[in-house]
Design a protein around this ligand. Structure first.
Ligand code: NAD
Length: 476
């Protein structure tokens, strides 16, 4: 099911919405901290009012369990709102800066201002969280906002639209439903900022459109996040933590471990512990288990199976027969042993419950292969040896890093979350997300004392030249 909206009405509606918000931004005062905190409190209240509706929508869209929705979507949004409410007064304050000696007699500060009218485009994999987190940041920064959630999670998108219309005035935030065409039309408009979460392919198109208006962009993308296990690390812990990060949302998580690098002597034990852990958590029939989520749609499901087939034809081996259910689109997480960097499974972000395993004799020989790949969103290193960790941190780039676990660099609200080069640009979360929607406007004020710039007025006399030389000498 996709959100059906007549394209002509939709195009008019998009332009009218943009104009309404632009007018509202230009003709009203920047909202006070009180107005913004009131809006955030209404949003918090309406999320709770619509919680059951949201849970039902998630079941409809991709059979996601209520526990996972509560934990990985609703809880994180509420925590983001509360953190913002606690800090907003401080974040929005003007910041005084020290005055340069050359500008004696002036005072200088930074005004923390909203960018203006901003666009948020979000994906389907955490459809609520990834629309709401940037919305909370953009709203608390004082912007006027259009949100376009994904067409592939239509039931959740409808609830997002409802929560937004219950929480905000139409001259503050508007939610527009639609697919790629809608997104494409929206990004052609002269927004003051675009915040996009999604694939690299679409990000490239968005950069192109944004360039025409010189619009600034935040890109939250994905990538192939490696999990590298040193032979000194407890395999039991590593397997448990990697398996959890991979079963969450059935691997359809931008920071899911995409592949594992492990010393060849540990492979058999890794496979045994992996099977044991999945059975402990889900019993013997995982593809019917209500706590395990399905793949979002048939195309993505087929892509996953084709990728496994192609990798097997290239020499990879499944650790056990692939279990899947074509009715509810669930695939049991599977290990692709004997994987090589050249295999199909290593070409693109997997974004599903398949985990290629590459074995190494010496990690040094694998580093050039990792360096040749696009920079991932996360890097996971399981080791207690400082030298091993520092060597990898110094030589491999990534958006963020978690040591001895997975996902934590995303979960910690005080850390900036974002990619590096191909995995994205800019940040989300807490203060860093807020700053993404802020223009730091430099304000200088000349006081009553005569301006020191007078020294630089013409005519350029001998005395002024002499003084300038003294200054240059002083600074050199
Ligand atoms: P996608 O790029 O296909 O779609 C994302 C959004 O872009 C959707 O709302 C879609 O309608 C819209 N869109 C599509 N074409 C467009 C166009 N031409 N112009 C403007 N908008 C357009 O991504 P997806 O399949 O929904 O999500 C999966 C991707 O998102 C994965 O690569 C994943 O790693 C990434 N992701 C990143 C993060 C992060 O925080 N970094 C989080 C979740 C997902």
């Amino acid at each position: 099911m996709s959100v059906a909206i007549s394209s002509t009405v939709n195009i008019c509606f998009m332009h009218e919405s943009f104009e309404l918000l632009r007018k509202s931004f230009l003709t009203t005062q920047i909202p006070s901290v009180k107005e913004r905190t009131d809006g955030l409190k209404r949003l918090r209240k309406n999320i709770i009012i619509c919680q059951q509706e949201l849970l039902d929508a998630f079941t409809q869209d991709f059979k996601k369990s209520s526990f996972e929705v509560d934990a990985s979507e609703i809880l994180i949004c509420l925590r983001e709102i509360n953190n913002t409410l606690k800090n907003l007064k401080y974040w929005t304050q003007d910041k005084k800066v020290n005055t340069d000696i050359l500008l004696f007699g002036t005072s200088n500060y930074i005004r923390v201002e909203p960018k203006g009218v901003v666009l948020i485009i979000s994906p389907w994999n955490y459809p609520f969280l990834l629309a709401l987190l940037p919305l909370i940041s953009a709203y608390s920064a004082g912007n006027k906002i259009i949100v376009k959630p994904s067409e592939y999670s239509p039931a959740v998108s409808l609830v997002i639209q409802k929560i937004i219309s219950l929480s905000f005035k139409t001259n503050e935030v508007i939610c527009i439903l639609g697919g790629a065409d809608t997104g494409n039309e929206l990004v052609s408009m002269p927004f003051n900022h675009i915040f996009f979460t999604g694939s690299k392919k679409v990000a490239a198109k968005i950069l192109n459109s944004a360039a025409k208006n010189l619009t600034s962009v935040t890109l939250e993308l994905g990538g192939k996040s490696p999990a590298i296990i040193d032979d000194d690390f407890s395999l039991k812990l590593a397997v448990e933590r990697i398996a959890h990060a991979k079963i969450l949302n059935a691997g359809q998580t931008c920071i899911a471990p995409d592949f594992v690098l492990i010393h060849h002597s540990k492979l058999t034990e890794f496979v045994r512990l992996w099977k044991e852990k999945l059975t402990e958590w889900f019993g013997s029939n995982m593809t019917d288990h209500p706590d395990y989520c399905g793949i979002i749609h048939q195309n993505h499901f087929s892509r996953m199976l084709q990728m496994v087939d192609k990798s097997i034809s290239e020499g990879a081996l499944l650790s056990e027969e692939l279990e899947f259910n074509t009715k509810n689109l669930k695939i049991k997480p599977a290990l692709l042993l004997n994987s090589k960097f050249s295999h199909e499974s290593m070409k693109e972000e997997i974004f599903g419950p398949i985990l290629p395993i590459i074995t190494y004799e010496n990690i040094e020989t694998e580093i050039p292969f990792l360096q040749a790949m696009d920079r991932p969103l996360s890097l996971y290193i399981f080791s207690h040896r400082k030298l091993f960790i520092d060597n990898l941190l110094n030589r491999l780039r990534s958006g963020g890093v978690t040591l001895n676990n997975c996902l934590i660099n995303f979960c910690e609200i005080s850390l900036p979350f974002g990619g590096d080069h191909q995995s994205g640009t800019g940040f989300t979360h807490g203060y860093f997300g807020f700053m993404e929607f802020i223009h730091q406007r430099a304000v200088s004020k000349q006081g009553f004392l005569p301006s020191t710039l007078k020294l630089f007025y013409p005519p350029y006399t001998f005395l002024k030249s002499k003084l300038l030389r003294i200054l240059i000498k002083y600074f050199s």
